[in-house]
Design a protein around this ligand. Structure first.
Ligand code: 2AM
Length: 484
């Protein structure tokens, strides 16, 4: 009998095909199945021809062809299809076998599915896979979480197909229990939204204020890609600036300014509100996409609203450097906020997250890959308990150096009327975070005035609460005097 498969895969769309080709090229035999079974033969006789694949035409055949303990990975549409396949696989599998979901599932679903699958005596992994179609083929960033006992069973396969950083370390490691892997993947996507919006704001200022040509912008992004901002997204932005259509004109300016989204940025923002941490930059990035999509309404508003703005004339080269600093400083804030979200969510969900390891998983293979993530890894190696990235000496020094340019860009943008929601929200967070006395004493006074919500005092111990009868009327419940 021929060799059985090391792993099985359900879902032969492009991501699934590329991932199994990647596995096969690393020496693994893969059994493959797809709901529309004609795709199985098409793949085995097409891209998979002459390679170590076993085509299965039913789930039973798939399972029978996998070596024990069996590993079955699904790369199917997120949502109900995942639950349906789990339901169909459970009776076909034996104790200790592993079901893996490599799709873009929402982490609460993965938490639920891990518990459910474990209750049936099986093991479960929900893994983030980032890097798009090319990453899946050549080496994605992988973020697995789920049943800890399943990790040693898939570790070799996952780490061999994952992207590698320069020293050969794979961009894949165990993230944590149940939904931790998909949670970290979700935060990755939120950070991606933020990074993309930051770069877009830089471009907006260069194009509409400095009136730079696309060749000039190409050269600036090329230069930036050789310094602190060295990253995949800056690199592709450079290439986009250089791209000309069939008429020799920049294609970029012919693309409609209405952004789409698939929802992972929104999930990240919602999760920050639920956990109770400020994730302002990613929130603004999501809202910016929404505002951009309201194209028709913006066109009408543009006819009606005439802003009162100043004409400024900044020295070009100096202002380009200031934009660089604003982008870099805001990016530090965005990652600082994302890491605070992960820390708080870890507390809530009893995950023991390895923050430096997460930076390393994102260091290569995925969309947010950058040199910067190496510095984040260093910061957590230096202090695993780091409260906020902003407090790490490397990032603190960089923020100090960038502050002047950052403030200049935000103030110039406000005066000339170009929106920079992520640059400015990052600055507001930075200033709020470093301010010893915020005006929240007034909020507390207002809350006590209209709702008798009580307040603590600066001259008394924390935990001691006071109420004032602000109006001299209504006794202790001042809310009775509040008329909306
Ligand atoms: P298909 O080829 O039969 O459509 C990505 O869309 C992958 O998810 C494909 O392999 C696709 O199978 C599968 N998929 C999409 N919706 C599905 C569903 N409702 N049930 C099972 N598989 C589904």
């Amino acid at each position: 009998m021929t060799k059985k498969a090391d792993i099985g895969l359900i879902g032969l769309a492009v991501m699934g095909e590329n991932l199994v080709l990647n596995m096969e090229s690393h020496g693994y035999t893969v059994a493959v199945y797809n709901r529309s079974v004609e795709k199985v033969d098409k793949f085995v006789n097409g891209r998979g021809k002459g390679k170590n694949f076993i085509g299965a035409h039913s789930l039973e055949e798939l399972v029978q062809n996998i070596e024990r303990p069996r590993k079955v990975m699904m790369l199917v549409k997120a949502g109900q299809p995942v639950d349906d396949f789990i339901e169909k696989l459970i009776p076909l599998l034996d104790e200790g076998d592993v079901i893996i979901d490599g799709g873009n599932s929402h982490f609460p679903d993965t938490i639920r599915r891990t518990k459910y699958v474990e209750s049936k005596g099986l093991l479960y992994i929900g893994t983030g896979v980032s890097g798009g179609e090319e990453g899946a083929l050549k080496g994605p960033s992988m973020m697995p979480g789920g049943s800890p006992k399943a990790w040693p069973l898939v570790k070799d396969i996952f780490q061999s197909i994952a992207a590698k950083v320069d020293d050969g370390t794979p961009c894949c490691d165990w993230v944590g229990e149940d939904g931790a892997g998909h949670f970290v993947k979700m935060v990755h996507n939120g950070i991606e939204y933020g990074d993309m919006q930051l770069i877009s704001e830089a471009y907006h200022l260069m194009r509409d204020y400095l009136k730079l040509s696309h060749d000039e912008m190409h050269d600036i992004f090329d230069l930036w890609n050789q310094g602190d901002l060295d990253s995949y997204l800056i690199e592709i932005t450079r290439d986009i600036m250089g791209y000309r259509d069939e008429n020799g004109e920049p294609l970029l300016e012919k693309i409609l300014d209405a952004a789409g989204q698939k929802g992972t940025g929104k999930w990240t923002a919602i999760s920050s509100l639920e956990v109770g941490v400020p994730l302002t930059l990613i929130g603004e990035a999501v809202y910016s996409r929404i505002l951009s999509s309201q194209k028709e309404e913006r066109l009408r508003a543009a006819q009606i609203i005439k802003a009162k703005v100043s004409q400024l004339d900044e020295e070009k080269e100096e202002f380009v450097n200031a934009i660089h600093d604003a982008l870099f400083a805001s990016k530090i804030v965005s990652y600082a906020q994302g890491y605070v979200l992960m820390r708080e969510a870890a507390k809530e969900n009893n995950w023991n997250l390895n923050y430096g390891g997460i930076a390393l998983m994102w260091r290569g293979g995925c969309i947010i890959r950058s040199a910067f993530l190496g510095k984040i890894k260093d910061a957590f190696d230096h202090n695993p308990e780091l409260e906020n990235l902003i407090l790490d000496s490397y990032f603190h020094d960089k923020l100090q150096a960038a502050q002047e340019g950052w403030r200049k860009v935000v103030s110039v943008a406000a005066r000339i009327g170009i929106p920079v929601p992520t640059f400015s929200s990052a600055l507001a967070y930075f200033d709020g975070y470093r301010t010893a006395n915020l005006p929240a004493n007034l909020l507390q006074a207002q809350r006590d005035y209209f709702g008798a919500h009580t307040y603590e005092r600066v001259d008394k111990d924390r935990g001691e609460f006071f109420h004032t009868n602000w109006t001299g009327r209504g006794g202790d419940t001042a809310s009775s005097t509040y008329q909306v």
